[in-house]
Design a protein around this ligand. Structure first.
Ligand code: E4P
Length: 214
């Protein structure tokens, strides 16, 4: 499983990139709005150093509008992936993008049937939202398992992005259940690194070294 970072904040993207683990970036309208920036300008900035997929979401709700917007986004850089919401209009747009060889990430996926439809419309990626399912008392991780099994049975090559990740267990379980990618906030990447025994081990090594060398 690869790592994308889920943010529109340039410092966070640079930090994740410097760790050497970054395979791509996902943004959404809420994340972009939080930054108070020009979206296209920010995408140019991100794609100047991130070579993997950078998801940019359309705002239009009709297929025609989505296609127009998506074409403009895709023209910014060859690694832009157009993020499209899981709706009937979204499916039409995904089919059109697929015929134009523009990559798509179908977002706001909350059921296996939605994922299957998105894949059949030609989506490059589907994004099931784990945390938001957990929030309403459903098991987000079980959805990853179901989609993964379904795609294997039917030999579907659409990649599964585990999204709306809230904690390290989501990451481990997504990897075990067959997600190809987890898109993770920087805070969670930090949590993945942490282990109290690592900290205690470093402290002990340094104190032993200092005792012997002072
Ligand atoms: C994914 O592409 C979305 O941007 C994101 O993971 C949503 O996460 P949230 O539920 O924490 O807003």
């Amino acid at each position: 499983m690869k790592f994308f970072i889920d943010t529109a904040n340039i410092d966070e993207i640079k930090e994740a990139h410097s760790l050497g683990i970054l395979a791509g970036v996902t943004t959404n309208p809420s994340l972009v709005a939080k930054e108070g920036i020009d979206f296209h300008e920010r995408l140019r900035e991100i794609t100047s150093f991130v070579s993997g997929s950078v998801s940019a979401e359309v705002i239009a709700t009709d297929a025609e509008g989505m296609i127009e917007e998506g074409k403009e986004l895709a023209a910014i850089a060859p690694n832009i992936t157009v993020k499209v919401p899981m709706t009937l209009e979204g499916l039409k747009a995904v089919r059109a993008f697929s015929e134009l060889n523009i990559k798509t990430n179908v977002t706001l996926v909350f059921s296996a049937n939605q994922a299957l439809l998105a894949a059949r419309a030609g989506a490059s990626y589907v994004s099931p939202f784990l945390g938001r399912l957990d929030d309403i008392g459903q098991n987000g991780l079980d959805l990853i398992t179901t989609i993964s099994e379904m795609f294997i049975i039917h030999d579907i090559d659409t990649e599964i992005i585990a999204a709306s990740i809230r904690h390290p267990q989501h990451v481990t379980e997504s990897a075990l259940r067959g997600a190809h990618i987890a898109t993770v906030p920087l805070k969670v990447i930090g949590q993945l690194v942490q282990h109290p025994l690592t900290d205690a081990g470093i402290e002990k090594f340094l104190s032993d070294w200092n005792k012997a060398n002072n």
